[in-house]
Unconditional design. Structure first.
Length: 459
């Protein structure tokens, strides 16, 4: 039990806000993106700066509290919040600094990708990230970082140059290729197992306006489209990314009324090559089969990054399942089409993100992210605003995954996983797990940072 004196003394040492269950803003502060998560921490500290983070880590360790780290709060399993413990909330540490000469971007631990996109765009630059701009920089990066620029620029971790961190013993370090190289290796895909990352330094790329957007086809064409897509995307130039999706068309503009609420398949494209060549690149795509909807054209990068934000606001119910995929056989395609026809809600979806371009040129041992030889990362998400539909969307996602898992490569992208147990984590990191476990033992032997896709320390 924490005494009032202990809490008051701790509170007085902080620049940021300390929130308790009795406070009026407690319920708002404990919410995360996935409304299926309903945890009640004992304390939430909204850290104003690194000093607050150090104080929070030391306090949590000394008081033997369970500790979770929250950046943007998007984590699938809601691992930024814990029951009866201390939440170290980095959301006030939101800042971006762009160095246009060096083409680097520095982002605080509480920064969202929309903040990075906005700041970098002014200089004609972009950092590879995800597909929802409200996602936190921290969580997405530490898990790997898949998105619209994966085939062009690699994963987010492939563009990470350095991190500032607070370790379990309260030390502050900067990890990069020269200083703490083992720690720098571990955070590039190993999640929040090794410390609190208070800032990220990224390499940026000269990307300003893409030729991008969704193309949709009727669900009855899904088998044909998937068979074409599996061959096309593996041979496409790295300047072209396109993730496959099953979806229900939202009943709202800009979608035409005759497509509203229809279940369809599609590809969300992103071409970053010269705009004058874009029509030629897309000519064979459009020639193969005329899409029922074609929203592909010139689009500023931040607009593409925020295209789906309105469809997926915070506070929806989410149930996630995922796998890595090396090939799309006809039997597996038939199963995908079968379960996609049963999409249980308007926002439920399934995606195949290609990782066979630039990301596949990185050695498996270069980062913890093992599945460089997979062609896709698959995610299946049951999503609905109504808690009454929790079981319906969860059962659909589990059934879909169970049917497809025998056709998978084994592990899954950690940012697409909920709490699925140690076996799944080991399958995800494979032969890199033991190295992560040794680094865990060196920097966090007591497993202080364990509210995550947890890596157990080596014995």
């Amino acid at each position: 039990m924490l005494s009032e004196t202990t809490i008051s003394t701790f509170k007085a040492s902080l620049r940021g806000e300390l929130i308790e269950p009795r406070d009026a803003n407690y319920d708002g502060a404990r919410k995360v993106y996935n409304a299926m998560i309903d945890r009640k921490p004992r304390l939430i500290i909204r850290c104003a700066d690194v000093a607050d983070v150090i104080a929070a880590v030391n306090f949590g360790r000394e008081q033997k509290l369970l500790v979770s780290i929250r950046g943007g709060g998007h984590n699938a399993g809601g691992l930024g919040v814990c029951d009866d413990g201390l939440v170290i909330d980095l959301s006030p540490m939101k800042y971006v600094r762009v160095d246009p000469k060096k083409r680097t971007v520095l982002a605080g631990g509480g920064t969202l990708w929309g903040d990075v996109d906005h700041a970098a765009h002014a200089f004609g630059l972009a950092v590879p990230s995800g597909i929802i701009s409200t996602t936190g920089v921290g969580g997405l990066t530490l898990g790997g970082g898949l998105g619209h620029l994966t085939r062009q620029c690699g994963l987010t971790i492939d563009n990470l140059l350095a991190v500032d961190m607070v370790l379990a013993d309260g030390r502050f370090v900067t990890a990069n290729a020269k200083d703490y190289p083992d720690l720098f290796w571990a955070v590039r895909g190993g999640g929040g197992n090794f410390g609190v990352v208070t800032s990220f330094l990224f390499k940026a790329h000269p990307i300003h306006t893409n030729y991008a957007g969704p193309m949709l086809w009727p669900m009855e064409d899904a088998t044909e489209i998937l068979r074409w897509y599996r061959g096309f995307i593996t041979k496409a130039p790295n300047a072209l990314n396109g993730f496959f999706a099953f979806l229900t068309v939202p009943p709202a503009p800009p979608f035409p009324e005759h497509l509203h609420n229809k279940k369809m398949c599609g590809v969300v494209w992103c071409y970053t090559g010269p705009l004058k060549q874009a029509e030629r690149v897309f000519e064979p795509i459009r020639r193969f089969k005329t899409p029922a909807l074609d929203f592909v054209g010139p689009i500023p990068h931040p607009v593409l990054q925020g295209m789906f934000d309105a469809l997926y606001p915070p506070g929806l119910q989410w149930y996630w399942k995922a796998d890595f995929v090396r090939e799309l056989g006809d039997e597996a395609i038939a199963l995908r089409v079968k379960y996609a026809a049963l999409l249980p809600s308007m926002q439920s979806t399934a995606h195949l993100y290609p990782i066979n371009g630039k990301a596949s040129t990185v050695k498996k041992s270069a980062t913890p992210w093992l599945y460089r030889d997979a062609v896709w990362a698959e995610v299946i998400v049951g999503v609905d605003p109504d808690p009454a539909n929790k079981e319906k969307i969860s059962n659909w996602a589990r059934d879909y995954w169970t049917a497809l898992h025998p056709h998978s490569a084994g592990g899954a992208y950690v940012n697409f996983m909920m709490d699925e147990g140690e076996d799944r984590i080991r399958a995800t990191y494979g032969k890199n797990y033991d190295r992560l476990a040794r680094i865990k033992k060196r920097y966090d032997p007591a497993n202080f940072f364990r509210v995550n896709q947890n890596i157990k320390r080596a014995k």
